[in-house]
Design a protein around this ligand. Structure first.
Ligand code: CP3
Length: 342
């Protein structure tokens, strides 16, 4: 019997939607905090296959989600291209910047990424072996625009001003950077699929700051290129795209990029997404992650609202963005029980 997530990705409408959660392995879980402390720091955890597999499995054991997402980070790929990466406690990622043509040309060749990333493939192999037979294994990478925003600024930023600046004032360098990330992402996801990932997801967390032609050139075009290359090599592997806060850009996104499923953030209503995006195929989303903090009857009502709005088409239930560290694990159980009760 085919796994429920794979059935939804093929367009099947199930009696209740399969469910998983962005950042389901994370700091809201005491068992994650314990393993992370054992690893030393976040990057050591990502590069330790046994511990990374362990934290990936923790939310599966606790909740029985229908999918497990590989525990890693979107910034490991740019790190594998050469720039140093570290995490400042309480502040987030920091990275050596890439802002000139010379620096783009000095990035390591695409084929060299596996030297750094081979422990990640080992994590995938362990998970492919150890996951329950009904659980789908999802691999992932950042989409080129989002990865570029961190490479150019050297850190996260609210408005991605540094990347916009490079894009607007030195288009050739910016395009060369996007092209390098695009090629490396194809190799990275391909290796994850060969190691046992059954679905892959592209996180374009900052797609919402690209407008008009920029959205087409830097959110859609690189995504379409990655998907075409993966489909040529691995025709049976479904791909989820997440152009977060794309707004009107969600309309036709699956069509224009070849994605099998579009993940929807919670800045749009599920009714709007059902009418405008789900008409093209499977969608994933989009409960506001705040409900995992606040819980109660409002969580139940909002969960039922999302389930009902998407009930006429293929749907994978998820949050609209990652669960936050201050979430209550009991609220996650309440969400799952509500979804599965129909
Ligand atoms: O979803 C999952 O559980 C899979 C693992 C995963 C992580 N990061 C683990 C992580 C995935 C898919 C990501 C994606 C990611 N990483 C994105 C795109 C999705 C999104 O959330 O928008 C981005 C932008 C990053 C970069 C990143 N990694 C930031 C900005 C931060 C710091 C913010 C924070 O939450 O602390 C991280 C760290 C990070 N990545 C953590 C986890 C569990 C927290 C690290 C810790 O334990 O301290």
């Amino acid at each position: 019997m085919t796994k429920t997530i794979l059935r939804a990705l093929k367009g099947e409408v199930l009696p209740t939607p399969p469910i998983w959660m962005m950042r389901q392995a994370g700091r809201y879980l005491p068992e994650y905090r314990e393993t992370r402390a054992q690893a030393g720091d976040f990057l050591k955890l990502c590069y330790n296959p046994d511990l990374a597999a362990e934290v990936t499995l923790q939310p599966i054991r606790r909740y029985g989600f229908d999918a497990a997402i590989l525990f890693a980070d979107i910034l490991l790929l740019p790190q594998a291209l050469g720039p140093k990466l570290w995490f400042e406690t309480g502040e987030g990622p920091r990275m050596e910047t890439t802002t000139t043509m010379g620096q783009v040309e000095n990035l390591k060749p695409t084929g060299a990424i596996h030297d750094t990333l081979s422990p990640i493939y080992e994590t995938v192999r362990i998970l492919a072996r150890e996951l329950p037979k009904e659980t789908t294994l999802i691999g992932f990478a950042g989409a080129p625009w989002t990865v570029a925003t961190y490479m150019v600024a050297g850190k996260g930023s609210k408005d991605q001003a540094a990347a916009h600046g490079l894009k607007d004032h030195d288009r050739a360098t910016f395009q060369a950077l996007i092209d390098r990330i695009t090629d490396a992402t194809v190799e990275y996801l391909s290796a994850q699929i060969e190691a046992g990932a059954e679905v892959v997801k592209l996180f374009d967390s900052w797609a919402g700051s690209l407008k008009g032609q920029d959205f087409r050139d830097f959110a859609e075009a690189p995504t379409a290129k990655i998907i075409a290359a993966l489909k040529a090599r691995h025709p049976g592997t479904p791909i989820i795209a997440f152009p977060r806060e794309a707004g009107q850009g969600y309309i036709g996104f699956a069509h224009r990029t070849g994605a099998d499923c579009v993940a929807i953030d919670n800045s749009v209503s599920p009714e709007w997404a059902a009418a405008n995006v789900q008409i093209d195929g499977c969608v994933q989303g989009n409960l506001a992650p705040e409900h995992m903090v606040t819980g109660g009857q409002a969580l139940v009502a909002a969960t039922q609202h999302v389930v009902r709005a998407f009930s006429k088409g293929p749907h994978i239930f998820n949050l609209g963005h990652g669960i936050t560290p201050d979430a209550n694990p009991d609220n996650v159980q309440l969400m799952i029980d509500t979804v599965r009760a129909g």
